[in-house]
Design a binder for this molecule. Structure first.
Ligand SMILES: C[S@@+](CC[C@H](N)C(=O)[O-])C[C@H]1O[C@@H](n2cnc3c(N)ncnc32)[C@H](O)[C@@H]1O
Length: 256
């Protein structure tokens, strides 16, 4: 998430002058800390706080409200969110499974929690969780929507999970990749199939993937902030490195 936050999300918020943000899934608050450097008026965090007591961490910041609960509980009914909603922007990086993400989007839409023209940023729309569910709390997902899962490693290019130790093997990962109702990107696509005319969608296939949904509104600026990120996503790593070396060289020359 870090690179998306520095290079794209924070600059987009700054340029747009947005004031009200909701973050679903904040962990230790690394993204939160970065975004709170902006002149925001209200910042709502929804997280069961397994990693850190975020209410304690942000006690002194009057802009921050921490809802220590699961997202679907906070969104139904959304009264707890009303003081700050509708939000200019929501970040979704919580429980990475189809059921949770599809219903987060559904509830945000049904309750009008995103301002027209505003953005929803979704992390992990590419591998490994674009097409594979992961469950922080398997019991919170109804059995009919829960795939068989195991705490075993995810192996790129392989549908079945691998060894007991390895990539994300500490998490409850769906045993198979792909198929219906599996993964974050599948959830976004299924939501969009119902609301194609209401939203624009830009998937950025870089690192673990960032999905950007924009609620359409007359005159809302849409494409330009994504162009640089899309170009960057398609640029090979060696070109990026060369570019930054050239920039550093030019800075040194200018400083002489
Ligand atoms: C990948 S971490 C988020 C990282 C964070 N966005 C960042 O940039 O540092 C996922 C977070 O989702 C939270 N989480 C898990 N299930 C959740 C749910 N049902 N609703 C909201 N948050 C959830 C976890 O407690 C964890 O803090």
């Amino acid at each position: 998430m870090e690179r998306f936050v520095y290079r794209f999300i924070a600059p987009t918020l700054r340029r747009s002058g947005w004031k009200s943000v909701c973050e679903i899934g904040a962990s230790h608050g690394e993204t939160t800390d970065e975004l709170l450097k902006l002149p925001l008026a209200a910042y709502t965090i929804i997280d069961p706080c397994f990693d850190e007591d975020l209410a304690e961490k942000y006690r002194a910041d009057r802009r921050v409200t921490v809802l220590r609960m699961n997202s679907l509980d906070a969104l139904t009914p959304p009264e707890l969110l009303r003081p700050a909603a509708p939000f200019d922007c929501l970040l979704i990086d919580g429980d990475h499974n189809w059921y949770t993400v599809f219903n987060e989007l559904r509830l945000i839409h049904e309750h009008g929690l995103l301002r027209p023209g505003g953005f929803i940023f979704l992390h992990d729309v590419s591998w490994p969780y674009g097409r594979r569910d992961m469950y922080y709390q398997p019991d919170t997902v109804p059995a009919e929507f829960r795939h068989p899962h195991a705490r075993r490693a995810i192996v790129e290019g392989q549908s079945q999970l691998g060894e007991a130790n390895g990539n994300n093997s500490h998490l409850a990962n769906a045993v198979e990749e792909g198929g219906p109702r599996n993964g974050v990107l599948t959830a976004v696509e299924d939501f969009l199939a119902l609301h194609a005319k209401d939203y624009r969608f830009f998937p950025v296939k870089m690192e673990f993937g960032l999905g950007v949904l924009q609620l359409r509104a007359p005159g809302a600026r849409a494409l330009w902030p994504f162009l640089s990120l899309r170009i960057e996503a398609r640029t090979p790593e060696w070109v990026r490195k060369l570019g930054s070396l050239v920039k550093q060289g030019l800075k040194k020359l200018a400083a002489r």
